[in-house]
Unconditional design. Structure first.
Length: 325
């Protein structure tokens, strides 16, 4: 019996040590490459003209997601830039292969009055993912009051945000800007950073470019971003807010983008029994088994875990309706 106890203690100690060392290795590798990030967003020449206009320049290309991550109702602009003569290569419905020096840009902002966007907007933060020597580096840049530039920060922060929503309600929140280390909560897979939203199924949708509507995968090919593919070969993640889709489809799409990046076999919630990936059959997700916990955590504003301070009321209503069916 004593031998069994000793062996058990040694085994548990080894597991804890492995987890700690893996985390330490992740932090060390992140710190090693942090110096590769430029100090100001203007150093990347992302925007043409005044930054607040959000006009892409310098080879940055716009892309859109069918369903995105909820972040306190913030608007988001997403851009990608690849090194010259390089393209991303699709391997399946999920993340494609990105060449080194790929830059992914996500700018968070609020319209002053969403009923009339001509009244301007306020840029809050821009997050970068930069691929260097096979690893992704994460940087958070906070915009100044003049909206002329954003500075790389090493710590999280909060800022008061006020706007008028589409229903003429004045909304006031304390927006939480995450620290770069917080990015790992959503972007970590097997102790390495990875993009979360840039999946082929989430890009496979129609977009409007130059006043013409076309499939986004075709547009990205035309722009020299994506290697040739047939869009029909990929599935399409629904827009969770589009009522033309069924409620189960909309809920699965929302959970895919707001929960699956953590709740997977390699994510930060790997030990949880529930899975939210779109590609997983419903019977294997345990979503139905955990419906009361899902509702409870969302009602308390505890999921998604990072980047939210208020409840996504519309999504919560939809998910409750789904579980009541």
């Amino acid at each position: 019996m004593k031998r069994i106890i000793i062996v058990t203690i040694l085994l548990v100690t080894a597991i804890i040590a492995a987890v700690y060392l893996a985390g330490s290795a992740y932090c060390a590798s992140t710190a090693q490459y942090d110096r590769m990030l430029l100090p100001r967003i203007s150093d990347y020449k992302i925007f043409a003209g005044e930054p607040v206009a959000l006009i892409p320049g310098n080879g940055f290309q716009l892309y859109e997601l069918s369903t995105g991550l909820f972040t306190d109702y913030a608007e988001k602009q997403r851009l990608i830039k690849l090194p010259a003569s390089k393209t991303i290569v699709a391997v399946n419905d999920g993340l494609p292969h990105f060449p080194d020096s790929t830059i992914l840009v996500k700018t968070f902002y609020y319209f002053n009055d969403k009923r009339n966007i001509s009244k301007g907007k306020r840029l809050i933060e821009t997050r970068l993912l930069v691929k260097y020597n096979g690893q992704w580096l994460a940087g958070t840049y906070v915009w100044n009051e003049a909206q002329t530039d954003a500075v790389l920060v090493s710590k999280g922060a909060t800022t008061a945000v006020s706007w008028i929503d589409e229903n003429a309600n004045t909304r006031n929140i304390t927006y939480r800007i995450p620290a770069p280390k917080d990015c790992a909560s959503c972007h970590k897979s097997n102790n390495l950073l990875l993009p979360a939203g840039f999946k082929m199924r989430n890009l496979n949708r129609n977009v409007v470019r130059n006043n013409a509507t076309l499939n986004q995968l075709q547009y990205l090919q035309n722009a020299g971003v994506l290697s040739p593919v047939d869009p029909a070969a990929f599935s399409s993640l629904p827009d969770w807010q589009n009522e033309k889709h069924t409620i189960p489809e909309r809920v699965r799409a929302y959970l895919e983008m707001n929960c699956a990046h953590c709740h997977n076999d390699k994510g930060s919630c790997a030990l949880s029994s529930v899975r939210f990936g779109w590609e997983i059959p419903l019977a294997d997700t345990r979503i139905e088994n955990k419906k009361y916990r899902i509702i409870n955590l969302m009602t308390k504003g505890r999921m998604p875990r990072i980047g939210t301070t208020i409840v996504d009321a519309e999504a919560l209503t939809l998910i409750k309706k789904y579980f009541q069916q």
